[in-house]
Every structure is written in structure tokens, then in C-alpha cells.
Design a protein around this ligand. Structure first.
Ligand code: SF4
Length: 371
């Protein structure tokens, strides 16, 4: 279920701006954005690499699982090869349930770790182990553990975007797709919460539920850059467009949203909403699946800080961008050689056992919501 913003209608609409020059700049921007997603531009090279990757996956009994924010070419190959494109939890769950002995995770490091936690007997590889996340980096296990120790009366809930060591310290791990429901459930049991690491998501949940939450001070460097003023400029140019916002964005963005939700929920909202034009405040990698879900709609990147309607948005995660087709080919070619070690996710068995508990708890809670 997408979380619909109850205050969206209360926000005054920005004055309509008829600025054709600005509109043209936005059109040019959109055309530029379309370019890297148009596989036909390099169709021959893409098809060659796709065939090579699919053959290497088959030969190594491997499955490619990719995140929504990776390059569209990677997402297309993950789907064509029988893998999956999804959020971090679904990626890990899909990997666990696959017959493959090797999981190749295109995403960032905590996603590789989550896959390893759910599939400890499988080999989990990543194109580069340098691909990390500002939320993970901003929540070091030792400091976080000391913070939790200082508030022993509180239930510790951490977002999926954390290291295995931070997950191991938590009572619950949660994704943004069920975070509101879980905190609501815990609040109804009278529990006080420590929430980490994303302060914006935490503040959003706190406002939805009214729970007693102590927030860790982390942020996603991509979503934190979205600004309401810049959004208002583009909304003025496209007054009939709906605004879809990921809750890692600042509250001022959420207040202008027609729909707020996790990656999967935003894709569902893009399909469900009646609007032909949608302004999207999350990483632009998601456009690949949104275009699949709603092929006749127009998608516009929400502008980032300070650049208004003439923006060149930087809404793309630099660490997700470290995954590319050549790295994937190299990683697969190195399986069975000593070089494979530089791609392998290793999590200590005792940490896996600890981190699996709050993950399993979340999976059970998520399943109970579907019943
Ligand atoms: S988009 Fe943000 S939350 Fe996602 S991996 Fe990149 S830095 Fe982390």
C-alpha cells in the first residue's frame, strides 16, 4: 500500500508561471535524461554485453539481482537473465529462494550483506565492494551501539540501509515499505523507539504515527538534496503533474507530495495515479521500472537544491553508479580465481546469526500484514 500524504491537499498550489524559456530548458533537460536510458543508442554493444553476461551467469550457476537505482542496462539484463530488479529486502529474499550457488548483487554494500545474511551458504559477489551508502557510512556500529546502551529502555529499530553489525545490534530491521506499520504496531504496545539511521524517514514516521522516537542523525545524500522551492518551480511549469516523493527526502518535500512511499510503492503509485505527468523525487534509476509500469506517462526528475526549473538534477546515487556492465563481466570472469575475493561479501557467522534475528522478525511482520 502506498502511503498517501494526508496533508497534500492543504498545501497551497504555487502560482502558475508561464515561462516558455524555462519550459524549453526543462524539455532539453528531459531529453538529456532520456538519452542514457535509451538502450537503442548503443544497441549493438548492449546486446553483445547482455549475451556475454547471461552466458557467464549460466556457466557459473549465478543469479544477477539488481536494485532499482542501478543503471537501466543492468536492470534490463537482470530481468532478461531470470534475476530480479527490486528493493534491498526483495533482492535478498529472491536470492535466498533461487537455486543458484552464486548471487551477483548490483547495488551497494549493505544490500550484498543483506543477501549474505539470508543466504549464508551462497557465495555473494558485487561488481565493486567500494559501493557504499551515506546512511550506512553515517552510522558506525560502535558509536551506534554506545547510543543504544545509553537508552536501554528503548526498542532499537534500524532501516535496511545499515551494515550487518548495526543490524546485529537492533531489535528490528525495517524497510520503508512497512516502516510506518511497524512503528505504529510497536507504539500501540507502548514501546519507545530508537530509530536509525535516516532522520528524514524517522521524522516522517514520527509525524504519521506520533510515536516516541529518538532519531539518529543520518541522511541519504541523494534524497536530502531535494528542495520544496525547486519543486515548486517545476510544479508551476507542470501544474497537472503529480508529485511522488520517497520519504528519505526532507519533510518540506513530503508536504507537497501526492504520494509518499518506498521504491516499490512509488512504482505502484506511478501506475495507479490518473496523472499523465509525474514528478519523481527519488533516484532516477527508478525510471526504468516506472516506464515499464506506465509506458505512456511522462516522468520528470524533481530538481535538487537551488537550481529551480532550470535544474540539472543530481538525483543519482554515486555509489549505485559504480556498478557497470564491464565490472559485472569482470566479476563473473573472475569466479574461481583468487581475484574473486575482491568482489566477495564476507560476514562473520556470529554476526550473521545476530543480524538474521531482526531481519526474520521483519519478514514475519511483513507476512502478517499480507494475511
Ligand atoms: S540512494 Fe541514498 S540511501 Fe540509497 S544507496 Fe545511495 S546514498 Fe544510500
Amino acid at each position: 500500500m502506498t502511503i498517501t500524504n494526508p496533508t497534500a491537499n492543504a498545501v497551497p498550489k504555487p502560482a502558475r508561471v508561464v515561462d516558455l524559456a524555462a519550459k524549453q530548458i526543462v524539455e532539453n533537460h528531459l531529453n538529456k535524461l532520456a538519452a542514457p536510458q535509451d538502450l537503442s543508442l548503443n544497441r549493438h554493444e548492449f546486446e553483445q554485453k547482455k549475451a556475454q553476461i547471461i552466458e557467464l551467469l549460466r556457466a557459473n550457476h549465478a543469479t544477477l539481482i539488481a536494485h532499482y537505482y542501478t543503471d537501466p542496462a543492468i536492470q534490463a539484463i537482470a530481468e532478461a537473465s531470470g534475476g530480479i530488479v527490486s528493493d534491498s529486502l526483495e533482492m535478498a529474499r529472491f536470492g535466498r529462494d533461487s537455486d543458484s550457488a552464486v548471487l551477483l548483487v548490483a547495488g551497494v554494500r549493505f544490500m550484498g550483506e543483506s543477501a549474505k545474511i539470508l543466504s549464508p551458504d551462497k557465495t555473494v559477489l558485487m561488481p565493486t565492494l567500494d559501493a557504499t551508502c551515506s546512511l550506512d557510512l553515517g552510522c558506525p556500529a560502535e558509536a551506534f551501539s554506545a547510543f543504544c546502551d545509553a537508552h536501554p529502555e528503548r526498542t532499537v529499530v534500524v532501516y535496511a540501509n545499515t551494515s550487518a553489525a548495526v543490524k546485529a545490534r537492533a531489535d528490528w530491521v525495517v524497510t520503508s515499505s512497512i516502516a510506518v506499520e511497524l512503528i505504529d504496531h510497536l507504539d500501540s504496545q507502548g514501546e519507545k523507539i530508537i530509530w536509525a539511521p535516516d532522520q528524514h524517514l524517522g521524522r516522517y514516521i514520527q509525524r504519521q504515527v506520533g510515536a516516541d522516537m529518538l532519531l539518529w542523525d543520518g541522511a541519504c545524500i541523494v534524497h536530502e538534496e531535494f528542495r520544496a522551492r525547486s519543486l515548486a518551480s517545476i510544479k508551476a511549469l507542470y501544474p497537472d503533474a503529480a508529485v511522488l516523493v520517497h520519504p528519505e527526502s526532507p519533510l518540506e518535500m513530503i508536504e507537497m507530495a501526492d504520494a509518499v512511499g518506498s521504491t516499490s510503492q512509488l512504482i505502484a503509485a506511478a501506475q495507479r495515479l490518473p496523472h499523465d505527468t509525474l514528478i519523481i523525487a527519488t533516484d532516477r534509476g527508478i525510471f526504468y521500472k516506472m516506464q515499464q509500469a506506465a509506458p505512456h506517462k511522462t516522468f520528470i526528475e524533481a530538481p535538487t537544491r537551488g537550481e529551480g526549473a532550470t535544474c540539472r538534477s543530481c538525483a543519482h546515487c554515486p555509489w549505485m553508479a559504480m556498478n557497470d556492465l564491464d565490472q559485472i563481466i569482470t566479476t563473473l570472469q573472475q569466479i574461481g580465481t583468487p581475484q574473486a575475493a575482491q568482489h566477495e561479501i564476507i560476514v562473520a557467522p556470529d554476526l550473521i546469526a545476530q543480524a538474521k534475528k531482526p531481519l526474520d522478525r521483519m519478514l514475519a511482520f511483513g507476512a502478517s500484514l499480507k494475511r
